[in-house]
Ligand binder design. Structure first.
Ligand code: CDP
Ligand code: MG
Length: 708
């Protein structure tokens, strides 16, 4: 693709977007209302245009216009697009900030960022004094951080004094959503006005397939089916681009390989770029893709070529690709869910909701009539797909956000204004974890350690391990590990079976160099070996490691180190000492954060978790413990993957003595204490009611278990 195409705008001409005729009215609506809700079909121009209108109307004179996105890719690509439209260099007037990647400068006045980033900014500056307008975008996605921001903004700015406290001018809040739930949102913000951008939607004909039925919820053969349908569309339908919905990176890469192979019927090629074969241009799109490749997605295909984008749910609402006429819908999505069987969040592939399926289909009808091919049966739709997607706040761990709220002085975390309340037990679970990590005390007050922990954009357990290491002066062992666990998977797994074997062999060899069956140590060793190599990218290629992922790990490590250095300057930073060898030191630090993820050998190859859930788990084949687990009785692990079985990944053997004193913490606090901690002040009456409700719940759960 020529360099010039990057400079000229292709597709979605700003003046032709549905939002354009409403420009002046929109700016006025912002001017006259502290809170405003803006809705409109996806692709109408909300995300890219409204911030520019506000810029033109002078809103960047006093402060910035900040726009949040639940997904990092959306924040980055939209910022790129807007910088291009405003004819400025990305990172100057228009910039973006996502976790571990800050592309802004002193000149930045239009800032796109993830909702997580804005939440961190609220911690440092509760009145958001740098902003004149804050736009919470994609609110219909109901991401955890966006939901928390909604509550915080309501809390601070609905109390009249809050709106100006610590600021010289009032803040404007705009909430943008793709049509859903506007009444509810408006009621939430004291009946604030709703601005609707009339959309242009064309009819989309949807057909059901026969490949995936109610019994196929757990199988992944849908990838092949999706590929087949996409090729059918390519060979039998009129001109128009195809958008295929799958669930994640490896699946998407696999589907692209299959499509590529089938389209040209040639051997596997390592090079995933430039897949123009037989009149079809195959492009993957997922969250962790390099940005230059992402940009390609938005370029129109060369004349006579059909574009086929194979994407995750990111293409459902966050990103609009012009020219799409056909949708192939797998019916599945990868979702982080709190799994009560294991008592932690796990990434699962689950059926999408009906509303999500409609949203996906809608992507085919933006500019003309389109078609949506669902590979699942009508029965699957009726029996397996829920009406709506449950908001993230009601299905994931709240530990990190509850700590943030506590640090912001929100003590009563149960009566915080949630748009949809999470179940009380999720809040209590989060408090329990924070207590276990010593981030809050028995009264629910944030401890010194908690104040340190909140500074790190990491999972609290990982932060706890890192701080333990820092207090022992061995942060060099944990910083790279924390960085490696914060980037996408570094181990490259090629599509072709022969190459797969070759890669697996290299990966095993890398693990063997540490000689410890410790997957965390492997991460550390890969990090250090590559860093000290003369030709790091060649080293990665040779060892089947994603160089790009490792490069981001280097940058993440530097950033974590900066945060740590800043905290270590505090006089009260903890200092401890330790006698013992390095391998033990390393694993003991890990135990400080992962004692909640301990498993003990049960029978044969089965391990049993120790957190009270007593789940039966297996070592994942990718772990260096997989083949040698016979020698191991106790392990800690980073996460759980649920497929046909429950697999623990990134594990390491430990000794029982190292966690002996920590394990009782898992069962130490009881519901009474937690409920009073959550509410700050609990009356006797409430306590009694709470107790009987809990007892009833336990009884119900018990009888449900008996029934199984
Ligand atoms: O936010 P909303 O869904 O209402 O629309 P938008 O994201 O502002 O998109 C407006 C137009 O810009 C669409 O036609 C997109 O295809 C286009 N766009 C693009 O070409 N490249 C991007 N990186 C982002 C948007
Ligand atoms: Mg948008």
């Amino acid at each position: 693709m020529s360099k010039e195409t990057g400079r000229t705008l292709k597709g979605g001409e700003p003046k032709q977007l549905p939002i354009y005729p409403h420009k002046n009215k929109l700016v006025q609506a912002v001017r006259h209302n502290p809170f405003l809700i803006v809705t409109g079909e996806t692709g109408s121009g909300k995300t890219t245009q409204l911030p520019q209108y506000l810029y033109q109307a002078g809103y960047c004179k006093d402060g910035k216009v900040g726009v949040t996105q639940p997904r990092r890719v959306a924040a980055i690509t939209v910022a790129q697009r807007v910088a291009q439209e405003m004819k400025c260099t990305l990172g100057r007037e228009v910039g973006y900030q996502v976790r571990f990647d800050d592309c802004t400068s002193q000149d930045t006045v239009v800032k796109y960022m993830t909702d997580g980033c804005l939440l961190r900014e609220v911690l440092a500056d509760p009145s958001l004094s740098q902003y004149s307008v804050v736009i919470l975008d994609e609110v219909h996605e109901r991401s955890l951080n966006t939901d928390i921001l909604l509550g915080l903004l309501k809390n601070v700015f609905c109390n009249s004094a809050g709106a100006t406290k610590g600021r010289s001018f009032p803040l404007k809040v705009v909430v943008m959503s793709a049509t859903l739930e506007t009444d509810k949102l408006s009621a939430f913000f004291n009946d604030c006005p709703v601005f609707e951008i009339p959309g242009r939607v064309f009819p989309v004909t949807c057909t059901f397939g026969s490949a995936v039925g109610p019994k196929d919820v757990e199988s992944s053969f849908y990838v092949k089916e999706v590929v087949k349908v996409a090729l059918d569309v390519h060979t039998s339908e009129q001109a128009g681009d195809i958008l295929v919905f799958l669930t994640g990176q490896s699946e998407i890469e696999h589907a692209c390989d299959l499509l590529f192979d089938k389209a040209e019927n040639i051997d596997y090629r390592y090079d995933v770029l430039d897949r123009t074969v037989e009149g079809i241009l195959i492009l993957p799109l997922y969250g962790s893709m390099p940005t230059d490749q992402q940009r390609q997605i938005f370029q129109p295909p060369p004349p006579g070529i059909r574009k086929c984008v194979v994407a995750t749910n990111i293409a459902a609402t966050s990103l609009t690709i012009n020219g799409i006429k056909y949708i192939v819908d797998s019916g599945f999505v990868k979702q982080l869910n709190h799994n009560s069987r294991v008592g932690m969040d796990v990434l699962e592939v689950v059926p999408i909701s009906k509303s999500e399926a409609q949203q996906r289909a809608g992507r085919a009808g933006r500019t003309s009539a389109g078609k949506c091919f669902r590979i699942y049966t009508k029965e699957f739709w009726e029996k397996c797909m829920p009406e709506y997607t449950v908001p993230e706040i009601q299905r994931t761990s709240l530990t990190a956000v509850i700590l943030t709220l506590k640090c912001l002085g929100v003590h009563d975390v149960i009566r915080f204004p949630y748009l949809d309340c999470p179940e009380e037990r999720f809040i209590l679970e989060a408090l329990k974890q924070l207590y276990q990590f010593d981030a809050i005390d028995r009264r629910g007050k944030v401890t010194k350690l908690g104040e340190l922990m909140v500074e790190f954009p990491l999972h609290p357990g990982l932060t706890r391990a890192l701080l333990k290491a820092a207090s022992l002066g061995c942060e060099d062992l944990l910083l790279p590990v924390a960085a490696m666990l914060s980037v996408e998977n570094i181990f490259f797994r090629p599509g072709h079976p022969d190459k797969q074997k070759e890669a697996a062999k290299k990966h095993r060899a890398l693990a063997a160099t540490t000689g410890s069956m410790n997957d965390f140590a492997t991460l550390l060793s890969v990090f250090n070996s590559c860093k000290s190599s003369d030709r790091p990218s060649a080293w990665c290629k040779e060892n089947w490691i994603h160089w790009r992922a490792l490069k981001s790990a280097f940058s993440v490590e530097t950033q974590l180190r900066e945060i740590l250095l800043r905290l270590q300057q505090r006089r009260d930073f903890p200092v401890e000492t330790f006698d013992g060898n390095k391998s033990e030191l390393f694993r003991r630090c890990l135990c400080a954060g992962y004692f909640t993820n301990v498993a003990r050998r049960s029978v044969g190859k089965v391990f049993c978790t120790m957190d009270g859930h007593g789940s039966m788990v297996h070592i994942h084949p990718s772990s260096s413990l997989f083949e040698q687990e016979a020698e191991v009785n106790w392990v800690i692990f980073h996460d759980v993957l649920v497929t046909s079985k429950m697999f623990i990944r990134t594990a390491c053997p430990i000794r029982y003595e190292w966690v002996k004193d920590l394990l009782p913490k898992l069962h130490e606090v009881d519901v009474y204490e937690l409920s009073s901690v959550a509410r700050q002040e609990v009356t006797e009456d409430e306590m009694v009611k709470w107790e009987s409700r809990e007892a009833a719940k336990r009884q119900q759960e018990g009888s449900a278990e008996d029934a199984l």
